[in-house]
Design a binder for this molecule. Sequence first.
Ligand code: 5RP
Length: 218
Amino acid sequence: MTQDELKKQVAEAALKYAQEGVIGVGSGSTVNFFIDALATIKGRIEGAVAASENSAARLKGHGIKVFDLNSVNDLAVYVDGADEVTENLHMIKGGGGALTREKIVAAVARKFVCICDASKLVPVLGKFPLPVEVIPMARSYVGREIVKLGGLPELRQGFTTDNGNLVLDCRGMTLLDPPKTEGGINQIAGVVTNGIFARRPADVLLLASAQGIRTIQK
Ligand code: 5RP
């Protein structure tokens, strides 16, 4: 099975969590498969809240109504991918640069369903460079502070987030205490947010491999 086939399979498996109301939708290639699957039941749902402009465009392309998060009081479920995930449902996200909006929509949702192919499961987070969204004028300062924490920050070239900010991809950060590091980096002035999702972890992880879909939940 190819990685894309696994992504499609896990995206379709997530549909059972998204059967009615407004659905929170993340971003990335796995989520693109989820959006395509969602289109097959679009008559049943009210619409979606999107965590990126790309996802919003894809949803609208399928004729699925996209709501502003501010107009939605309750979000039962949020479905998103991850760049790395552990068995205790902590994640690194933001490979696509949508980490801040993803973290906001995840915060609102009552249930976070993470969908991945099995290559994303790791024993310890940190091999994937940690994305940190920064206000442009704080780029160098934040970079120096990340170095003090043991990371090697690199500016993502030619990339601006949907919020008009920059992303530093930080290598060399073995995350032995993800909630602590998440909070610590977010305290640096000029950081909008970082891609550790541990203070609000996933509630359900669906992992696709050649053996089928494995479900891990708290
Ligand atoms: C985007 C993300 C994505 O969820 C993450 O990068 C995984 O993407 P993909 O499904 O393409 O592997 O956090 O900001």
